[in-house]
Ligand binder design. Structure first.
Ligand code: FAD
Ligand code: MLT
Ligand code: ZN
Length: 529
C-alpha cells in the first residue's frame, strides 16, 4: 500500500479503508432494461412523444397485412416482432423520456435482408428507425409515431480479425463489450469504451460517433473506423469495408455515416483499427477543492503522464453523492469533496506505468493540487473505482433527468453548471422538498476532451423547467463557442437547436445530402435536421 504525506502533514492514500469502501460496488451490474413478452403486457407510464411534444405525423404509408406478409417471406417468423410486450422495449428510450407506437420490429440477420426491407419500405413510403442497443440519450433510437424499427441485434457476427494489423471487421449488431472481449482474447482492445458497453452495438456507436471514456487516448471513431458497409434508403448496398489504413481514392464517404444517427442509411458492418491491449493499467481517484484545481491537475497530467494517460474524468460532488445514494455505499474517499478526478494510465510496462503515476501524484500533492485520493491496487479495485464514474448516468436516471452533453472551452466549462443552478434557484424551481420539481443540477464528464455532461435531475418532468433550460443552455453554449452536442448526437431532443452549433450554409448542405441519400425521407424521420 502506498502512503504519502501532504506538505500539511496530512496523510493521503492510507487507502485500506477507502479501497474497501470502493470495492463494495464489486460485482454490481448496470441495470439493463429489457421487456420480455408476458401474458399481460406491461403498460408503460412514459408519455407518448407525440402527446408530449408538438410534432405531427408526416404522410408516410401505414403498415398493411401485405407488408407483414412480405417481411415474413424474407425473414424467419421470430424476426418479425409484433407482440405488444416485445415491442415495448423498442418503442421506449433508455431515459424513459420518449415513446413511440411502432407496431413492428424487424430483426434481419444479413445485409441482403436489410436491403430487401429498405427497398420495400422505400417503395411503399414506410418510415423506419434503425436501432442498435437502444442506449442513445437523445431520443434518436425510438420511433416518434408508428415507424418500423429495424433492430440490428441479430447481425452479431465477427467477420474477420487480422492479428498483425489489429483490424476488426464485424457486423454492426455486435455488442461493444462482446467485441472488446473477443479482441482482448486476441491481445487487442476496441478503441472505444463507455458505460453502456454491455448493451450498445458497435454499429450504434458508429452511427452516433460515440466518444466515451478513452477518446483522449485512442481518438474519435472518425479516425479509427476504416470502412463501413451500409444499406441506403432504396436498398442499395454500399461497401467500403476496407482493411487498409490508407486509401486516397475519392471522397471519404464513410465519414458521412459516422454520426449520421440512422438518417443516411443502415450501417450493417464496420471495419475498425484496434489498439493493442495494455498490460499495465492503473487508476487513481482524487479529490480536489475547486474546478480551477481540476484544470491545473489536467495540465500537469498531460505534461507528467503524457503518453500513458488513457482517461481523465471529472465529477462534481453531487454526481458522486447520487451514486452513493443509488448504490447505498459510502463515498469512495469516505468524505465529501467539491470535485473528483479519475485518472487512468495504461501501457505495456507496469514498472514504468506505476513509477510515472507515483511521481505525478507526489508532485500533485506537493503543489497542493489534490486534497485526498486513492489508487487501485488490483483489478477489482480498479473496476470499482471506475464504477463510481460509470454508474453516474444510471444513478441520475433513477429520477427524470434533462441531459445536456456539451463541449465548452476548458476554462469556462464548469461555469454552466453554476449558472444553471443559480437560474433554477432564482426561479424557485430547485429545492429540497416535494414542492420543487428540480432536485439538483450537476456536472461530470470527459474533461480531458472538453466534454461536460450537465444533468438536471427532476422529481417530475415539468414543461416550465424545460422552458427555463432551453434555449438558455444552448444560448450559453453559443456565447462561448462550444457545441450543443459533444458526443450523444442530435436525435429528437436537439434537432431544433442545431443552429446553435452549425451555420446556415452547413445546415443547407446537410439537408441537401439527406435529400440525396434519402429522397423520400423514410430513414429516421422527425430527428437530426
Ligand atoms: P441506439 O441507441 O440504438 O441508436 C442510437 C442512434 O443511432 C439512433 O439514431 C439510431 O437510429 C442510430 N443507429 C443505431 N444503430 C444503427 C445502425 N446500425 N445503422 C444506422 N443507424 C443506427 N455516448 C458517448 O458518446 N459516450 C459515452 O460515454 C456514453 N456513455 C453512455 C452511458 C450510458 C449508461 C448510456 C445509457 C449511454 C451512453 N452513451 C454514451 C450514449 C451513446 O450514444 C450510446 O450508448 C451508443 O453509442 C449508442 O449505441 P446503441 O447501439 O445503443 O444505439
Ligand atoms: C457518460 O459519459 O457517462 C455518458 O456520456 C452518459 C451520460 O452523459 O450520462
Ligand atoms: Zn459521456
Amino acid at each position: 500500500m502506498m502512503k504519502r504525506a501532504l506538505s500539511t502533514g496530512r496523510v493521503i492514500f492510507a487507502n485500506s479503508v477507502r479501497l474497501r469502501a470502493a470495492s463494495a460496488l464489486n460485482g454490481r451490474k448496470f441495470a439493463v432494461r429489457t421487456f420480455q413478452s408476458t401474458t399481460a403486457p406491461r403498460v408503460s407510464t412514459v408519455k407518448l412523444t407525440r402527446e408530449n411534444y408538438p410534432v405531427e405525423r408526416l404522410p408516410y404509408g401505414t403498415l398493411s397485412a401485405e407488408d407483414i406478409a412480405f417481411f415474413k417471406s424474407i425473414l424467419p417468423e421470430s424476426a418479425v416482432v409484433q407482440d405488444e410486450g416485445d415491442l415495448e422495449f423498442h418503442n421506449e428510450d433508455w431515459m424513459r423520456k420518449y415513446r413511440g407506437s411502432s407496431k413492428l420490429v424487424l430483426k434481419p440477420k444479413t445485409t441482403d435482408q436489410v436491403s430487401k426491407i429498405l427497398k420495400h419500405c422505400n417503395e411503399k413510403n414506410l418510415a423506419v428507425v434503425p436501432q442498435g442497443g437502444n442506449t442513445g440519450l437523445v431520443g434518436g433510437s425510438v420511433p416518434v409515431f408508428d415507424e418500423i424499427v429495424i433492430c440490428l441485434s441479430n447481425m452479431n457476427q465477427i467477420r474477420s480479425f487480422d492479428k498483425v494489423s489489429g483490424i476488426l471487421v464485424a457486423d454492426a449488431g455486435v455488442i461493444l463489450e462482446n467485441a472488446d472481449m473477443y479482441l482482448r482474447d486476441n491481445g487487442y482492445i476496441f478503441p472505444l469504451d463507455l458505460g453502456a458497453k454491455g448493451s450498445c452495438h458497435i454499429g450504434g456507436n458508429v452511427a452516433t460517433n460515440a466518444g466515451g471514456l478513452r477518446l483522449l487516448r485512442y481518438g474519435s471513431l472518425h479516425g479509427t473506423v476504416l470502412g463501413i458497409e451500409a444499406v441506403l434508403a432504396d436498398g442499395t448496398i454500399v461497401n467500403s469495408l476496407s482493411s487498409l489504413r490508407k486509401d486516397n481514392t475519392g471522397y471519404d464517404l464513410k465519414q458521412l455515416f459516422i454520426g449520421s444517427e440512422g438518417t443516411l442509411g443502415v450501417i450493417t458492418g464496420v471495419s475498425v483499427l484496434c489498439p493493442p491491449k495494455p498490460t499495465a493499467v492503473n487508476v487513481a481517484f482524487l479529490a480536489l477543492e475547486s474546478y480551477e484545481k481540476v484544470q491545473e491537475l489536467f495540465v500537469d497530467a498531460r505534461a507528467g503522464l503524457s503518453e500513458i494517460m488513457s482517461a481523465f474524468e471529472c465529477m462534481d460532488t453531487r454526481s458522486l453523492n447520487l451514486v452513493a445514494e443509488h448504490t447505498n455505499q459510502p463515498l469512495p474517499l469516505g468524505e465529501e469533496y467539491p470535485f473528483y478526478v479519475l485518472i487512468e494510465t495504461s501501457s505495456s510496462d507496469s514498472e514504468h506505468n506505476s513509477e510515472k503515476l507515483n511521481a505525478f501524484l507526489e508532485s500533485a500533492m506537493e503543489k497542493e493540487r489534490i486534497l485526498d485520493g486513492t489508487i487501485a491496487m488490483d483489478e477489482t479495485q480498479l473496476k470499482n473505482l471506475w464504477a463510481w464514474r460509470e454508474m453516474i448516468p444510471e444513478a441520475a436516471g433513477r429520477h427524470g433527468v434533462y441531459k445536456y452533453d456539451v463541449s465548452i472551452p476548458l476554462p469556462k466549462l464548469y461555469g454552466i453548471v453554476s449558472d444553471v443552478q443559480a437560474r433554477l434557484k432564482e426561479h424557485g424551481v430547485l429545492g429540497d422538498t416535494e414542492d420543487f420539481p428540480v432536485i439538483d443540477a450537476f456536472g461530470y464528464g470527459h474533461i480531458g476532451d472538453g466534454n461536460l455532461h450537465l444533468n438536471v435531475s427532476m422529481r417530475r418532468y415539468d414543461k416550465n423547467v424545460e422552458k427555463l433550460l432551453e434555449p438558455y443552455v444552448y444560448e450559453w453554449i453559443k456565447t462561448v463557442e462550444g457545441s450543443i452536442s459533444a458526443e450523444h448526437g442530435l436525435g429528437f431532443a436537439k434537432k431544433k437547436y442545431v443552429c446553435y452549433s452549425k451555420d446556415e450554409g452547413m445546415i443547407k448542405l446537410m439537408k441537401s445530402l439527406k435529400q440525396h441519400f434519402d429522397p423520400k425521407g423514410i430513414l429516421n424521420p422527425y430527428k437530426y435536421l
